[in-house]
Design a protein around this ligand. Structure first.
Ligand SMILES: Nc1ncnc2c1ncn2[C@@H]1O[C@H](COP(=O)(O)OP(=O)(O)O)[C@@H](O)[C@H]1O
Ligand SMILES: [Mg+2]
Length: 425
């Protein structure tokens, strides 16, 4: 048999599209070969390994830009991104009729993600979105769907973490009547429902290994079988998967299949946590303040200065979802003006230390003394919280707060705080 010969054009400038093509050629070589001799198998394996290294060698973004370059370069001016301000980048997206689906923010990392989504949307390449919970992964999947050619076809969302193991296969692929107890009629699965459209596989890291094998098979063959049926059904569903887990870690631990990871992450988008786009918190507070007021048919709630201060400094482990929920909560609970008391109890900052300090403030003899004590207390609790969040790494805290490190050290000393007491073991 004649083996595929990669030829002489190999070099650093190989595009992702060209790599994909080579892999496809190799795959069909194997598929149609009637007989393969051992040396040929070895040669193919060597070629496969080289190709794989090359794919891995290209960074996510490069891979992507090159892949799309072949299809859409005409409409995209030669990579202007680097010189544009974030506002201009957003404006440029708008000018290209990008559908934001309510996503907003001017953070460069978010704009990176949106620009990748813009280019990925018109293709059928699988996209993997990762980021902490509440960073907008599902919203990103909708953005990709909304900007693609499948926009008027179904968008089906599946939470892989919420389906019991024994129902997973039937949920994804459907079942035939009588396939198991309780299967009283034929049922379509999510993949079939998403035919011609987009399927969003949320929390893909929660998918058990058996489910992963089945999903991989669908990705390879574009065919499914309902549980209890021999009939194969072709499905054409564009896949967007999301995870808040580090899939590479799961691969190391043996709970996620590496081959599935590579299949899903042809385009990989990472969403920044809110604490890395803290400059947008005031905007989000205003936005969700208004939105919640409208939903609750009330006047937008005013924030007391200390509540505002808290909301600006809080680190939002639940990211945008948490901020949104807080704004809805205080809009619901507060009268004209909301205060710390309207915050959920588990994040309310009234610590014991603060209570003691309040007593000291009350007992102080002069106004100046009271002010100093209150301000000292605020400073100390802020430092404590900050250190907790960065696990005692002063350099990191200095970076986050945009403060001089030695100044921070002086403040820690003043309050008798030791960074090592905040290290996580
Ligand atoms: N950039 C953004 N601008 C505005 N709202 C956002 C943004 N990102 C997320 N949201 C909102 O935050 C909430 C959580 O988003 P979601 O996509 O469900 O997060 P995830 O899937 O990552 O947990 C939703 O209400 C969503 O509309
Ligand atoms: Mg989600």
């Amino acid at each position: 048999m004649k083996l595929y010969d990669p030829g002489g054009e190999r070099g650093s400038a190989m595009s992702y599209a060209a790599l994909l093509e080579k892999i496809e050629i190799m795959r069909s070589t194997l598929r149609w070969a009637t007989r393969i001799e051992r040396p040929d198998i070895e040669k193919l394996l060597r070629q496969a390994n080289t190709l794989r290294d090359e794919v891995m060698g290209l960074s996510h973004k490069e891979r992507f830009v090159q892949a799309i370059g072949t299809e859409r370069r005409v409409e995209m001016p030669a990579e202007p991104v680097a010189e544009l301000s974030t506002g201009e980048r957003r404006q440029a997206l708008l000018a290209r009729s990008f559908v934001f689906e309510g996503t907003f923010g001017d953070n460069p990392k978010l704009l990176d993600a949106l620009e990748i989504a813009e280019k990925a949307a018109p293709t059928d390449l699988p996209v993997l979105v990762d980021g902490e919970s509440g960073t907008g992964k599902e919203l990103m999947a909708k953005v990709i769907h909304a900007n693609g050619s499948r926009v008027d076809k179904p968008y089906i969302s599946v939470n892989c973490g919420a389906i019991p193991d024994n129902l997973l296969e039937s949920e994804l692929f459907g079942h035939k009547r009588g396939a198991f107890t309780g299967a009283d009629k034929d049922r379509k699965g999510k993949f079939e429902s998403a035919h011609k459209g987009t399927i969003f596989l949320d929390e893909i890291g929660e998918l058990p290994l058996t489910g992963q094998v089945k999903l991989l098979r669908v990705l390879q063959s574009h065919e499914i079988q309902r549980v209890g049926s021999d009939e194969t059904i072709s499905v054409d569903a564009r896949i967007v998967a999301a995870t808040n887990k580090n899939l590479r870690k799961l691969i190391e631990q043996g709970t996620f299949r590496e081959d599935l990871f590579y299949r899903l992450s042809v385009i990989h988008v990472t969403l920044p946590p809110l604490r890395e786009r803290a400059d947008e918190i005031p905007l989000l507070i205003a936005y969700y303040g208004d939105e919640s007021a409208e939903a609750l048919k009330r006047r937008p709630v005013a924030l007391s200065p200390r509540l505002r201060e808290f909301l600006l400094r809080y680190t939002y482990p639940g990211n945008i979802r948490e901020l949104r929920n807080i704004m809805y909560r205080i809009s619901c609970l507060a009268g004209e003006t909301a205060d710390l008391a309207h915050l959920p109890e588990d994040i309310r900052p009234a610590t014991q230390g603060a209570a003691v300090a309040q007593e000291a403030v009350a007992a102080s003899t002069s106004m100046a003394e009271a002010k100093r004590l209150a301000s000292d207390e605020a400073e100390r609790s802020c430092l404590e919280r900050g250190l907790q969040e960065v696990g005692g790494t002063v350099a990191e805290l200095a970076r986050r707060w945009d403060m001089n490190r030695s100044h921070l050290q002086i403040l820690l000393k003043k309050h008798g705080l030791h960074s090592k007491d905040f290290r996580k073991h």
